[in-house]
Design a protein around this ligand. Structure first.
Ligand code: 4AD
Ligand code: MG
Length: 465
C-alpha cells in the first residue's frame, strides 16, 4: 500500500495530486448536509488530518457512518484548503476503505479523558493517544540523537551481554537466570545448597545491571565505545523514577580522567536537548501546554547551559546549611537522597549540577581511589525535577589498589580475573558513565512517572504484556 504520512500531507499542503493516507479514526461527526468529518491520525505527528467524507461515497451509508474512534481506514483523495477554522487543509475523500471497525462499547479509548494509571492497564493501546504518541516520538528522537552524538565523535557502538555472571554495581540487585526446575533443584549432597553446576551455564547467572565492565574491555582496546541497551535491577523501589528494566547509555573512554568524563556528560546532555528541540518541536509544544508548563523554556535554557561542578564534601556543607528540613538529615558519609539532589539542582543552582568525589564506602568497587584515601573519582549529574540522571567515574586503573578494594568489600579478585587483566596488561587511565534513558525521556517530556515513558514498564509486582 503506497501511502503518504499525514505529517507530510499536512506539510505539502493543498495540491491537485491524488494521495492515499491511512490511519486510525480519532473522532467522526456528521453534518446535516450529508457529510462526515473524520479526524484521522497515523502516528506520524501530533496533528490529525481532517477527512471530508461526502455522502456520495459508495459505502457512505453502509460503512462510513458506522466509523467510531479506533477504527482503521484508508482514504484516497486530494488535499484542499479548508474553508473552516481549525485546520489549514483537509482531505476530500474520493474513496474510503474501512480496514477494521471498532466497537465503541468495548474500545477503552473513547473520547473522554483517561488517567495515566488506567492507560497503563491498556498499555497495548495507549500509543494511540496524543500523549503516548508524543512520548514514543520523543523517545525515538533521543535514541537517534544518542547514536548521532557518539558516532560523530568516533565512539564505537558496543553491545554488552545481557546475561552475565558478574555483578557490576556489587549491590546485589540482580535477577537470576536459570533453567533449573525450581520445584526440585539439584542439590549438593553434603551442603544441601542448590547445585548450579547443573544449571544451563554451569554456574549462577543474572540479567546485567550495567554493561560497564564489559565496555571497559573494548575501551581498553579501541579507545572510545558506548553501549545502549537494556539493564535490569531487582530493587524493590516503587517510585516515579525507578524501573526494574530500563535502558542505559554507557560511554567509556580510554586515556580520560574524571574531568574529561564530566565534559563528555555535559556535551552529551546539551546535544540531546538541542537535537530534540530541532526534531520534535510540535511534540514538545504539546508537553509544554498539557503536561508541564514552562518545559520548553527549561529545555531551551539547558541546551546551552554550563553545569555547576561541586565536590560531594561541598554538597554536604551546602545541604547542612540549607534552610529546609529534609526527611533524611545530610551528613558526610551518607548517600545523597533524591530530596537532596533536587534541592541542589532546583533550589540552589537552578540547573544541572555535577557532584564529584564521593566517599568510597557509598560507591562501587571499580571507582578510582583519590589521593585522600577516603573519596573516589565518582560523579553524579543531577537535573531539576528528576534528580540523578547520570552516574559515572574514573575507573581504578592500578591493579594492587583494585584488588585490595575488591577484597575490602568481601569479594574475590579471582572472580573478576578478566577485569583485573585490563590492569595487568597495558593499563590506561579511563572513565565513563551511565545515563538512564527513561529518566532522560521523562525529563524531556515532563511526564510525572517513569512508567509512562517506556512502552511496557516492569516494576515490582508488574510485568503485564
Ligand atoms: O548510577 P548507576 O547505578 O551507574 C552504573 O550503573 C554505572 N555502571 C554506569 C557507568 O559508569 N557506566 O546507573 C546509571 C544511571 C543512573 O544515573 C540513573 O539515571 C539510571 O542509570 N538508573 C535507573 N533508571 C531507571 N530505573 C532504575 N532502577 C535505575 N537505576 C539507575
Ligand atoms: Mg547512581
Amino acid at each position: 500500500m503506497k501511502r503518504r504520512l499525514i505529517r507530510d500531507a499536512l506539510a505539502y499542503g493543498a495540491s491537485d495530486q491524488e494521495i492515499t493516507v491511512a490511519g486510525w479514526v480519532r473522532t467522526r461527526r456528521d453534518s446535516k448536509a450529508g457529510l462526515s468529518f473524520i479526524e484521522l491520525n497515523d502516528g506520524s505527528c501530533q496533528a490529525n488530518l481532517q477527512i471530508l467524507a461526502p455522502a456520495t461515497l459508495a459505502n457512505y451509508e453502509s460503512e462510513v457512518i458506522r466509523l467510531h474512534p479506533g477504527a482503521s481506514i484508508k482514504v484516497k483523495g486530494r488535499i484542499q484548503v479548508s474553508p473552516a477554522a481549525g485546520q489549514a487543509v483537509e482531505l476530500l475523500a474520493e474513496e474510503l476503505t474501512v480496514l477494521g471497525f471498532c466497537d465503541p462499547l468495548q474500545y477503552p479509548l473513547g473520547k473522554s479523558r483517561i488517567s495515566f494509571e488506567r492507560l497503563r492497564e491498556v498499555a497495548h493501546l495507549r500509543a494511540r493517544t496524543n500523549t503516548f504518541g508524543a512520548v514514543t516520538r520523543v523517545r525515538n528522537a533521543l535514541a537517534f540523537a544518542t547514536h548521532r552524538f557518539f558516532q560523530e565523535r568516533d565512539f564505537y557502538y558496543f553491545n554488552a551481554p545481557i546475561i552475565t555472571s558478574s555483578d557490576c554495581e556489587g549491590a546485589g540487585q540482580m535477577f537470576q537466570v536459570t533453567t533449573l526446575n525450581l520445584d526440585k533443584p539439584p542439590r549438593n549432597k553434603e551442603t544441601g545448597a542448590v547445585d548450579f553446576s547443573q544449571d544451563f551455564f554451569s554456574r549462577p547467572t543474572y540479567l546485567t545491571v550495567s554493561g560497564q565492565l564489559e565496555a571497559e574491555t573494548h575501551a581498553c582496546a579501541l579507545g572510545n565505545v558506548y553501549t545502549f541497551g537494556p539493564t535490569f535491577r531487582a530493587e524493590n523501589s516503587n517510585t516515579t523514577r525507578h524501573l526494574a528494566e530500563f535502558w542505559m547509555i554507557e560511554p567509556e573512554m580510554a586515556f580520560a580522567d574524571l574531568s574529561d568524563n564530566a565534559d563528555l556528560a555535559e556535551d552529551f546532555l546539551r546535544s540531546l536537548l538541542r537535537q530534540l528541540l530541532e526534531r520534535c518541536p510540535d511534540d514538545l509544544k504539546f508537553f509544554d501546554q498539557r503536561i508541564e508548563k514552562g518545559l520548553l523554556d527549561t529545555l531551551t535554557r539547558l541546551s546551552t547551559a554550563e553545569f555547576t561542578r561541586i565536590t560531594y564534601t561541598e554538597a554536604i556543607e551546602l545541604l547542612e546549611k540549607a534552610p529546609v528540613s529534609f526527611e533524611f538529615k545530610p551528613y558526610w558519609g551518607a548517600d545523597l537522597q533524591s530530596e537532596h539532589e533536587r534541592y541542589l539542582a532546583e533550589k540552589l543552582f537552578h540547573g544541572p549540577v555535577i557532584v564529584m568525589n564521593y566517599p568510597k564506602e557509598i560507591k562501587a568497587f571499580y571507582m578510582r581511589l583519590n589521593d585522600d584515601g577516603k573519596t573516589v573519582a565518582a560523579m553524579d549529574v543531577l537535573l531539576p525535577t528528576v534528580g540523578e540522571i547520570i552516574g559515572g567515574s574514573q575507573r581504578e586503573d592500578r591493579l594492587d589498589v583494585l584488588e585490595a578494594r575488591i577484597r575490602e568489600i568481601g569479594m574475590q579478585p579471582e572472580d573478576y580475573w578478566w577485569y583485573c587483566d585490563l590492569r595487568r596488561f597495558g593499563s590506561v587511565p579511563h572513565a565513563g558513565f551511565g545515563l538512564g534513558f527513561e529518566r532522560m525521556v521523562r525529563f524531556c517530556t515532563g511526564m510525572g512517572n517513569i512508567r509512562d515513558v517506556i512502552p511496557f514498564p516492569r516494576t515490582p509486582q508488574n510485568a503485564d504484556f
